[in-house]
Design a protein around this ligand. Structure first.
Ligand SMILES: [Zn+2]
Ligand SMILES: [Zn+2]
Length: 546
C-alpha cells in the first residue's frame, strides 16, 4: 500500500501487511511547491494509519533523508510505534522527533548491515546499499506470498567513500536461491542513461579546486546529511592546510553526530568554531555550509543576501555549491548564486564543474538490478509518474512480463495472492499540508491562499440594524492586493454605490438574517469587480449588527 512517493519525489511512505499486521516502510515529508503559499511541508495522508493504529507493528526507515524520515515527528503525535533503521539513520531521525517532544512515544531500534530480524509476523533482512547518505538499506521481506525486495534509495557505487558497497552478492544470492516475488525499486534517475559516477569522483574535483585556489577562503555548501561529501570536503581542506568550520545548525549537528559514530573522520585540531574564523587567515579556512538548495532562511541564502551575521562573503571567497538543484528549487538556487556573485565571490556549481554526483541509480544500474533479481513482478517506486513509467518500460525491455509490471500510484493497494498480483483497492493518499506547528491547513485554506496571492482581497464592511431594517454605517470597501488605490477611486466609489443599493434592497424586502445581507453584498460586489476588472479577488463581506 502506497501512501506517498509514487507520483512525486518526496513523502515516501508504504505499508506492508502480513497476517493483519502493518509494517510501515519509511514515513517521509515533501517540501512544498511554489503553488503552495505558506505551506512549510507536505505529509502523506495518515487516515489509513490512524484508522488501523492498533495493527501497526512498527516503522522501518531505509535511510536518514527527510523524504523518508521527516514525517515521523508528525505521525508519532497520533500513533505510538517502534522505529527500526541503521544507527545513523536513527540518529538523523531522532533530532526531529526529540524537538517535537515525542521520543517517549517510540523506541529507536538499531539494526546492523546484513541483519535478519523477526518483527511480529515480519521476517526482514537489511541489505547495505550506497546512496547520498551513509548506511542506507534495501529491505527484504519474506512473506507467506514470497519475497518482497525493496531497493530503498540506492546507487551502485563500486568505490564508495566508506568502503561499504551495495551488497550485490547478497541480493543475487537471495534472488537465485529463493527467488524474488516482487521487486520495488528507486525510479528517481530512470530517465538518465548510463551509470551514476562514484562519490569518490567528487573528491578528486574538490581536491583540484582547493589546490587551484590557495589565495581564497573556500566555502562549500552541501546537504548536511551527505556525510561522505562532508568527509571529502574536509579531506581536501586539510590536505591544503586549512581548518574547517561548519555553518548552519543541521551541519554542525550532523558533523558532531557522524564523528561520534566514527562515520566522519575530522581531527579535533582541524575543526574551529565559525565565530572564531574572523581571527584566522582566510586562506587557511574552509567553511562547510548548509543551504545548497537555496532554502530561503539557510546559512547560504542569508550569506548571499549579505545578511548572515556569522559570515560576510566577498571577493576573497570561492563558494562551491556541491549539489544539484532539486526540481522546483532552481530559482532559489539561481538567486543564491546571483547574490554571491554580486558580493564579488567566485561561485562554482555543478553546471561548471563536476562538484556533485547523484545518489540515485541511473539506467545501467537499474538494468543491473533487474538482471540480478529477475523478479516475478515489479513495481517502480520513488519518482514522479514519468520516472515510474520509464522504469516500467526499462523492466519490460529486460524481459519482465508486461502483466507483472504494475504502474502503481499513491493510494494504490496491491495484493499478492496464490493467483498472482493485482490492484486491490485504494486508500486516502492526498496531500497533508503543514503550516508551522498547526497540522493540516487543508485544501480550502490552500485555495484561499492561492486566490489571495494571485488576485488579492476586497472586503466590504457594513453595520445594519436588523430590527428597523436600516443601514447604520458603510458600506466601507477595503482592498489589499487588488488594484492600485489612487487609480481605483472611481471604482471604489462605484462599488460602494452598488453594494449600498443591493443591501438597501435586501433590507427593504424584509431580510431578517445578517447572513442574507452579507450574501447579497458579496454577490453585488463580486459581479461589479469581475465586470470592471476581469479579476476574481476574494470578496469578504463583514456585516455587523448595531
Ligand atoms: Zn528519497
Ligand atoms: Zn534518499
Amino acid at each position: 500500500m502506497f501512501l506517498g512517493g509514487l507520483g512525486e519525489i518526496g513523502r515516501n511512505c508504504a505499508c506492508i501487511e502480513v497476517d493483519g499486521r502493518i509494517m510501515l516502510l519509511d514515513c517521509g515529508l515533501m517540501f512544498p511547491e511554489s503553488d503552495m503559499p505558506g505551506v512549510d511541508l507536505v505529509l502523506p495522508d495518515f487516515t489509513y494509519l490512524r484508522d488501523n493504529a492498533d495493527r501497526i507493528e512498527g516503522c522501518i526507515i531505509t535511510h536518514g533523508h527527510e523524504d523518508h524520515a521527516g514525517g515521523l515527528s508528525f505521525l508519532l503525535r497520533e500513533i505510538e510505534f517502534p522505529i527500526y533503521g541503521s544507527a545513523l539513520t536513527l540518529g538523523l531521525a531522532r533530532s526531529r522527533i526529540e524537538e517535537a517532544g515525542l521520543l517517549g512515544r517510540t523506541r529507536l531500534i538499531p539494526v546492523a548491515d546484513g541483519e535478519r530480524r523477526r518483527i511480529g509476523p515480519f521476517d526482514v533482512e537489511f541489505i547495505p546499499v550506497t546512496h547520498s547518505v551513509p548506511n542506507g538499506f534495501a529491505t527484504v521481506f519474506r512473506t507467506p506470498q514470497g519475497i518482497i525486495l525493496h531497493s530503498g534509495d540506492f546507487k551502485i557505487d563500486f568505490t564508495p567513500v566508506d568502503g561499504r558497497a551495495t551488497d550485490l552478492a547478497r541480493i543475487g544470492a537471495i534472488s537465485s536461491e529463493e527467488g524474488v516475488r516482487l521487486l520495488l525499486a528507486d525510479s528517481t534517475n530512470a530517465e538518465e542513461e548510463g551509470h551514476t559516477a562514484s562519490e569518490r569522483s567528487v573528491g578528486r574535483v574538490l581536491a583540484d579546486l582547493f589546490a587551484a585556489h590557495p589565495d581564497k577562503r573556500i566555502i562549500v555548501a552541501c546537504f548536511a546529511s551527505h556525510i561522505h561529501r562532508i568527509q571529502q570536503i574536509a579531506d581536501a581542506a586539510i590536505a591544503n592546510g586549512r581548518v574547517i568550520a561548519t555553518l548552519g545548525r543541521s551541519m554542525g549537528k550532523n558533523v558532531a553526530l557522524a564523528r561520534s559514530m566514527g562515520l566522519l573522520s575530522i581531527p579535533d585540531a582541524s575543526l574551529v568554531d565559525i565565530d572564531d574564523i574572523g581571527g584566522l587567515d582566510p586562506r587557511r579556512v574552509c567553511v562547510i555550509s548548509t543551504g545548497s538548495q537555496g532554502e530561503p532562511m539557510s546559512a547560504l541564502a542569508l550569506m548571499a543576501a549579505n545578511d548572515n551575521r556569522r559570515l560576510v562573503a566577498g571577493d576573497g571567497d570561492l563558494v562551491v555549491l556541491s549539489s544539484h538543484a532539486i526540481p522546483g528549487n532552481e530559482t532559489s538556487v539561481g538567486k543564491v548564486i546571483d547574490g554571491l556573485s554580486r558580493l564579488g565571490a567566485e561561485v562554482i556549481h555543478s553546471g561548471l564543474a563536476d562538484v556533485h554526483v547523484s545518489g540515485h541509480a541511473k539506467r545501467d544500474e537499474l538494468r543491473l538490478l533487474q538482471s540480478l533479481v529477475r523478479p516475478q513482478s515489479f513495481i517502480p517506486v520513488h519518482g514522479e509518474f514519468r520516472h515510474l513509467s520509464h522504469h516500467a518500460r526499462l523492466a519490460a525491455s529486460m524481459g519482465c512480463p508486461e502483466g507483472r509490471i504494475l504502474l502503481a500510484e499513491d493510494g494504490d493497494v496491491i495484493q499478492l495472492t496464490d493467483d498472482g498480483i493485482d490492484f486491490a483497492g485504494e486508500v486516502p493518499a492526498g496531500y497533508l499540508y503543514v503550516d508551522g506547528i498547526v497540522g493540516d491547513v487543508g485544501r480550502g485554506v490552500l485555495r484561499d491562499r492561492q486566490v489571495l496571492a494571485a488576485e488579492g482581497v476586497v472586503m466590504v464592511v457594513i453595520t445594519v440594524d436588523m430590527k428597523t431594517g436600516e443601514l447604520v454605517t458603510g458600506p466601507e470597501i477595503i482592498t489589499r492586493g487588488w488594484v492600485y488605490a489612487p487609480e481605483a477611486d472611481e471604482l471604489l466609489g462605484e462599488a460602494r454605490r452598488v453594494v449600498l443599493a443591493a443591501v438597501e434592497d435586501e433590507l427593504a424586502s424584509g431580510a431578517v438574517e445578517v447572513e442574507a445581507v452579507g450574501r447579497r453584498a458579496r454577490q453585488a460586489l463580486g459581479r461589479l469587480v469581475n465586470e470592471r476588472t476581469k479579476r476574481r479577488p476574494m470578496i469578504v463581506p463583514v456585516v455587523m449588527e448595531a
